[in-house]
Ligand binder design. Structure first.
Ligand code: ADP
Length: 475
């Protein structure tokens, strides 16, 4: 069950990522509310603080000396004007000169700000927890004989603002929590829904095996990339299945092809065992047939070996500059010699030298020529072989006036063991492997094969070959 476990963990991961992002955004929102409120309050008391510090400096300049009681009542007055709760007046040595009230421990601000970096940097934020906004300003006092600086510290009460801010923050926190619950419910079920097809796919793919290769993923629920994935897996399965089917057919074809000569050989061997010792005619017939069947088998096994090497990519070619004109002329000559009943005409462009494996290429062209003879009517076998030069390529073409190939068969004649008309072609002795071999050789040389055929009229096989370049990649 480990695979379904992984599925769930993916869901969990996606959901927790969603939720993490949501929580992150919520925290940012709350922070921005807090910072916004702090700036709002700071801004709100800027003007009163300027007003208070200006009037204090003015008063000091006017009076010259400080009469404590009088000045304190002045401070009270201006603090009432500006809305400040307390005002402290310090000299530049941080000594308290006078304050509106002594109820607080008056040196706390400077004592604290002298040592506490946080308080120094963000006094507003630290005091805000007590409902106090601190404003500070340094003013120069010019009296008749003296000129000195005073520091004016003002405490404004922000209880009202704080209660609104607290309300705001509580409100938004509550909403964010409700949102989180909805988000978890919705997000988790959505993720679950979106990823459900993965489990279905896993189950389907698990069921696929060699005996059950036609199983496919029904991707009705899968969307977007998942439906593409399902499609890709299905098309991969199509390809695997068709190659598996081909392999299966190939193995059964091979055993079928081998069974016939083996049973013929064993039949003749039995015949020899019974009567061969006494009857010289039977002895000769038996031995001849056994040799013939053994040769057929050998030929088939060699052909299969060739194809197997190609499939294993161990097939070796030996390319060399080859006189293709000579090569084709030789095939024509040999064919004419071996088949006196065939009217073979050739048209060969010469000279034509190309880099290829001469022996293999000859083998391929021979397949076309042999087929042209095999699949033409006895007594009227007309075969035309040509070699034509083009600037970028050359073509070897073999045409006949034979039985032709139907359109349906044209798609399949290059398949291994395919014979268009079993009953007719069986007699001609082919295994249905000739064109497969020709195709392997031509493709390995970077060439192509073109077929034109009409049943009852004839066929034309044309090999289109590059002069040399493609060889390297074909090896
Ligand atoms: P085979 O050994 O049967 O000739 P091939 O692979 O060479 O096998 O050819 C496959 C099938 O293609 C043949 O069985 C035949 O039906 C068809 N075929 C090939 N060449 C010709 C041709 N020139 N004319 C008609 N049919 C052909």
């Amino acid at each position: 069950m480990s695979s379904s476990g992984h599925g769930y963990s993916l869901k969990r991961r996606i959901s927790s990522t969603y939720i993490g992002v949501y929580v992150g955004i919520s925290v940012l929102m709350v922070l921005s509310i807090i910072i916004g409120c702090a700036f709002y309050a700071d801004d709100k008391y800027e003007e009163p603080s300027v007003y208070i510090s200006d009037s204090v400096a003015e008063k000091l300049s006017e009076s010259g000396t400080i009469v404590v009681d009088e000045f304190r009542s002045f401070l009270h007055e201006s603090s009432l004007y500006g809305g400040a709760r307390e005002i402290f007046l310090y000299n530049t040595n941080n000594e308290l000169l006078i304050a509106t009230t002594y109820t607080r421990d008056n040196d706390d601000y400077f004592a604290a700000s002298g040592n506490n970096l946080l308080l120094k940097l963000f006094p507003q934020f630290v005091y805000i927890t007590d409902g106090i906004l601190v404003k500070e300003s340094v003013k120069n006092v010019e009296s008749e004989s003296l000129s000195y600086d005073v520091r004016i510290i003002m405490h404004f009460s922000i209880d009202d603002e704080l209660s609104i801010f607290t309300y705001l923050i509580n409100m938004s926190l509550a909403l964010l929590v409700v949102g989180l619950v909805l988000f978890v419910l919705f997000g988790v079920s959505k993720t679950h829904h979106m990823l459900a097809p993965i489990n279905e796919m896993t189950e389907t793919v698990k069921m696929i095996n060699a005996e059950n290769m036609n199983q496919r993923i029904e991707n009705t629920d899968a969307k977007f990339e998942l439906s593409e994935l399902a499609g890709t897996i299905n098309s991969m399965m199509d390809r695997l299945q068709s190659s598996y089917d081909r392999q299966k057919r190939f193995v059964s074809d091979v055993s079928h092809e081998l069974r016939t000569p083996i049973s013929v050989i064993s039949g003749y061997a039995n015949m020899l065992k019974r009567w061969g010792k006494d009857d010289p005619d039977i002895l000769k017939e038996g031995i001849d047939n056994i040799i013939e069947e053994a040769e057929t088998m050998n030929e088939l096994v060699q052909t299969l070996l060739f194809l197997a090497r190609h499939d294993n990519e161990t097939l070796k070619f030996e390319p060399a500059d080859t006189d293709v004109s000579d090569l084709v002329a030789e095939i024509v000559k040999d064919t004419a010699m071996a088949n006196p009943d065939v009217n073979i005409v050739s048209q060969i462009d010469a000279p034509l030298v190309s880099c290829l494996d001469g022996a293999r290429f000859k083998q391929a062209v021979r397949v076309f020529v042999d087929n042209a003879i095999k699949y033409s009517r006895d007594g009227d076998k007309q075969i035309h072989v040509s070699l034509t030069k083009f600037p970028e390529h050359y073509e070897v073409s073999v045409s006949d006036n034979g039985i032709g190939i139907s359109e349906e068969d044209l798609q399949k004649i290059f398949d291994r063991f395919y014979r268009a008309d079993e009953s007719r072609t069986k007699n001609s002795g082919g295994f249905g492997l000739g064109l497969s071999i020709a195709k392997v050789i031509v493709l390995a040389h970077g060439g192509k094969i073109k077929v034109r055929s009409k049943p009852g009229v004839g066929s034309e096989f044309t090999v289109i070959m590059p002069y040399a370049e493609a060889y390297a990649s074909a090896e």
